[in-house]
Structures are given as structure tokens and as C-alpha cells.
Ligand binder design. Sequence first.
Ligand code: UGA
Length: 434
Amino acid sequence: MRISVIGTGYVGLVTGTCLAETGNEVICVDIDEAKVERMRNGEVPIYEPHLELLFERNIKANRLKFTTSLDEGLAHAEIVFLALPTPENEDGAADLSYVLNVVEQIGKKITDYKVIVDKSTVPVGTAEKVHAIIAKHAPCEFDVVSNPEFLREGFAVDDFMKPERIIIGSSSERATALMKRLYSPFVRSGNPIIVMDEKSAELTKYASNAFLATKITFMNEIANYCEKVGADVDKVRAGMGTDSRIGKRFLFPGIGYGGSCFPKDVKALKKAGSDENYNFKILNSVLEINSDQKIILLPKIEKFFNNDLKGKTIAVWGLAFKPETDDIREAPSIDMMNGLLELNAKLQVFDPEAMPNIKKRFGDKLHYSESMYEALEGADALLICTEWSIFRTPDYSRLKNALNNPVIFDGRNLYNVSDMEAEGFTYVSIGRKA
Ligand code: UGA
């Protein structure tokens, strides 16, 4: 089928590439000329495991092309995906200006039937708005479909190629049939394509992300309570997770959730609720708890150093908001590092992928280390903010030799408490014995 994807951010690029992989002819449109040129030369502009292989293969096969021309994209496609940013407004609402600007142009430019697909995370009622804008101008028939994405950064290719479900919000049989045909190669295993009205599809995305953020936050509260009563959150988690109604996943406590999605979507749903005079009480709590959780280790570090961090050096492992990404948006590491800097600590930091992004943000306030072990040299403690695999089995004797004090503050519960005791570390983690 002939597809265009407008916007080559994270979602657009993965969508375009994976749709080309199943034989569709895809044109990706972006206003950024330099980026389009780089992509034409085979350069993937984001870090995402497994994307490069598919990207190169489909460019070579001529199924994946890039342009800055919206006209070219529209002339090519029968299905047009909108994968444009929906950043957070000052009041927490999703800013739809990128989406609606492009939609206005689409309305003025289309000349034959097309399905316009909202892939971006957009508030309930956006498909209706998009339909009304295009209808003002378009001389031809068209349909608007809501098709939210559920890709996780770091696993996006896998999530796209083998989705647990596809959500299609559509009230047109013609558009639904086209979308089902497009997605049929991805659900061969029998996973469902769930068709519903546009508003329910739009809300499904917000409800899913807000639920997952709530699930994590609930576990963070249980972890904090475990510390008060001497229970072990690992054991509680294992016990709870075997109940299939609860499930094992997204039960891992830590120093809070971050990223470009959960924080933004929880705030946007709360704001959308208040616009309708509906107070999402649970989301208020989630936001409050998560912002406290991001700095939950700070008072523990202060206490260890008798409330005097001046002149102390802390090594920080892991800066990205989660492993397998260079994304630092809303990363708990940022809150922790800002807190430590305010207390006059010096920081020696290392992350396998996120160093350039952190450098842009913190400049010369931090010391940037070449390796995880270099970050430890002469440091008074180690703080872990992201659970990269490379941190999971460190050389303990190297660690002890490099650190001035054998103390680890672990925001991601990477190690067994008993192993660390046996190795002679002071080990502070989340929801377990200190
Ligand atoms: C999330 C959703 O998982 C995707 O389904 C969704 O498509 C995406 O947002 C989006 O809206 O675009 P992502 O932000 O890439 O994906 O990352 P997750 O793997 O969901 O992790 C989010 C945060 O939760 C991370 O900071 C992670 O460390 C934290 N987390 C996750 C926990 O603290 N504990 C857990 O058990 C799981």
C-alpha cells in the first residue's frame, strides 16, 4: 500500500520503517531539511535498537523515502499518518498546534480519497477536530482514524512488529478495511485488531499510560512503606505478581517514572478531566508521589554524610530515564543531580548513551567520565539512577578500590541486599533492608 508519515520523530520513524518492512511504499515527510538529508544518506537520527538494520534495508529496496515536501507525501499516499509532536502546554494540556497546522494544509491540498491517521497521543475529540478542519477545505472524500501507538522506547521495533493489540478508532467501514489490511501482517499470531469509535481509541492511549504510571507509583508507595516496617518489596512484588489479575510487569519500584510519555500523558489527562469539571483524584496523587519519589534517595545520602555534602564527590551511574535509550526527558537522574549540586556535592557521571544529552543540559556543572569505573575514581559514594545491563554485574573489588567509601545508593534495586552485605558494602536501595 502507499503510505506517508508526516513527522519523523521517534514514533514516525519507527512507524514508517516498520510499515516499509512489510512491503508498503512509504514516504516520510519532515520540515527539517538537514535531518531529511541525513536520513536519505541512511543515517538513523535517533538511538533505537534494531531500527538501523530495517532502515537501511528498506531504503536500499526503495520502499522507504524521505522528503520535506508535504505535497509529495500527499500525492503518494492513500493512508497518511500524522506522527507530530504534542508537547505539554504550560497548563499541562497537550499542545495540538503542530498537528492542527499540518491538518489545515492537508485539507487545502488533498484532491482524492485518503485516510488521515492520528498516531500522535492526542486528547479525546481530536479526530473530530481534525475531521472538521479538513472538511472545511477538502474537495474530495476522506476519513479520519485514531490509531494510537503503544511503543516503548528501546523496544519500539519489536513492539511495532509484534503488537499485543492494534487499536483503530474509526467510524468509516472503508477506512477500517484499509487499516485492517495494512496491519494484518503484524497480527498473524492472532493478537487482536480492536475497532472502536475515535474518542474511545484516543482515551485508550491516555488510560493505558496513566494506569501504568499509577501501577508503578502504587508499588513505589508499597516500597516506601516496606522500609518503615522492615518488609522486603522484592518479596511482596513476587507474591503479588503471580496473581494473573495483577501481573508481574510494571511492578518494579524505583526512583520514579520519567520519559516523554508517562509524565506528559498523566498531566494531560488530569487537565482534560478538569476541563470537563472532572477531578482525577488518583492522578493528582500519582503526580505528587512521583515527584517526591524522584528525590527519595536525597535525604538518605545527606544523612549518610551527616548533612554535609560540601566537598564530597558522588559517582552517578545511569542518566537516561530508562535503559536502552539516550532520552533524558523527565529522567529522575536530573532531579537527583540538581538536588546534589544544590547541596554542593561534586558529581562524576557516566551513562552508556545519554552523555551528550546530559552535557547539553548541565554543561560544566558535572564531570563526565569515559567509563563506569572511571566515574568511581576518588568518589565518596555511588548513586545508580538507571538500570543499564552493564551495571548489573560489576567487578566488586574494583568498585571498592575506586570508591573512598564502599557505599551504594541504588535507585533501581540492581543487586541482592545479602550479596552486597557479604561484599562489605553499605547498600541503600528502594523498599528493602538498608
Ligand atoms: C511508555 C509506554 O510503556 C508505551 O506503551 C507507550 O507507547 C509510550 O510510553 C508512549 O506513550 O509513547 P516509554 O515511555 O518508552 O513507554 O517507557 P516505559 O518502558 O513504559 O517506562 C516508563 C518509565 O517507567 C521509565 O522511567 C521506567 O524506569 C519506569 N518504570 C517502568 C518503573 O519505574 N517501574 C517499572 O516496573 C516499569
